[in-house]
Ligand binder design. Structure first.
Ligand code: ZN
Length: 314
């Protein structure tokens, strides 16, 4: 199919429905409170005893939840909640058959028509507003697809949400992946830390004015702003405060799966490092770990890295 033929077929979807449904929950003060806390929104209209929803929450009320449409308790799969239209699925299938397998969201515009208040019952429907001609971007070549969603409260228009994505054929990265693990970037601000590592010491900074410990190394104190500091050695004991197990993307220097831990040191500061000595699926939050230094670049390479070994005695 030529590019022109493809574009003609894609454009035929303009004006067709993209989806429709209802809000998973009515507008409610609990979600307004959580959203304001996360966003740092302190306006009295939103945080007082009888709040309205911040207009920028518009999309929140039509989101389907973590597990997607049809997953909320009591929500039957055929109730029409948050359902994508067959036309939208066809449009995606057509783009994918033309090699546009990747997708990235590019921008969003909203218009607010009326305030939303607790108790408002939300419904919406979306239309495929436009499909752009073929465009070439740094990511690859593809088409921008814009959907326009009208969001209603108790049947009355409350706002519109226009959302644009690029559906594209990704260009392969021409740079060959280096097989070597990236090396630490050592600069004037953190040179003392790496000198410590070379001497098998994990050094933290302690503010010379207020005494606050900090990591990673920085020129100034986040607490009081002072540029005075001294290095103090951590004892090496810590616990797993949080972690992720990496499966993707593959990289020749990082055989997957491997675990990246956020380690809370006994001194109270946290650092990111690898958790070693344990299968990634057995790592648990709160697990004790112990500092060790490894030659991650091979036995003959003097650069060492601090990592944290699990399975130590409690
Ligand atoms: Zn300080």
């Amino acid at each position: 199919m030529s590019d022109d033929d493809l574009f003609a077929r894609l454009r035929a979807y303009e004006g067709r429905p993209a989806g429709s449904g209802g809000g998973r929950d009515p507008v409610n003060a609990t979600m307004i409170g959580h959203w304001c806390e996360v966003m740092g929104e302190a306006g009295p209209a939103y945080t007082g005893p009888d709040p309205v929803a911040p207009p920028a929450m518009l999309q929140v009320w039509i989101m389907a939840g973590l597990s997607g449409p049809g997953s909320a308790p009591g929500e039957s799969g055929d109730s029409g909640v948050s359902r994508r239209s067959p036309a939208y699925d066809e449009l995606f299938a057509l783009l994918e058959s033309a090699g546009c397998t990747a997708v990235v969201a590019t921008d969003c515009e909203q218009e607010y028509v009326r305030l939303l208040r607790p108790g408002d019952v939300i419904t919406f429907d979306s239309v495929i507003e436009s499909v752009s001609p073929r465009k070439t971007t740094k990511l690859g070549t593809g088409h921008f697809i814009t959907t326009r969603t009208e969001i209603r409260a108790n049947g009355e228009l409350a706002g519109t949400h226009r959302f644009r994505i690029l559906k594209y054929a990704p260009v392969a990265d021409p740079r060959p992946a280096s097989a070597e693990r990236p090396r630490p970037v050592i600069n004037r601000d953190n040179a003392g830390f790496w000198e410590g590592v070379a001497a098998h010491k994990l050094l933290l900074q302690r503010c010379g004015e207020c005494g606050t410990l900090r990591f990673p190394w920085l020129p100034g104190c986040g607490g009081c702003g002072s540029a005075l500091w001294e290095a103090v050695e951590a004892c090496g004991a810590g616990t797993v405060h949080s972690y992720v197990v990496m499966h993707h993307p593959p990289h020749p220097a990082f055989p997957t799966p491997y675990a990246v831990g956020l380690i809370e040191l006994a001194e109270g500061v946290r650092m990111i490092s690898n958790v070693t000595g344990i299968a990634p699926e057995r790592i648990r939050i709160g697990m004790p770990v112990e500092l060790e230094f490894v030659r991650a670049y091979g036995p003959a390479d003097e650069q060492e890295l601090p990592v944290f070994r699990a399975g130590v005695k409690t």
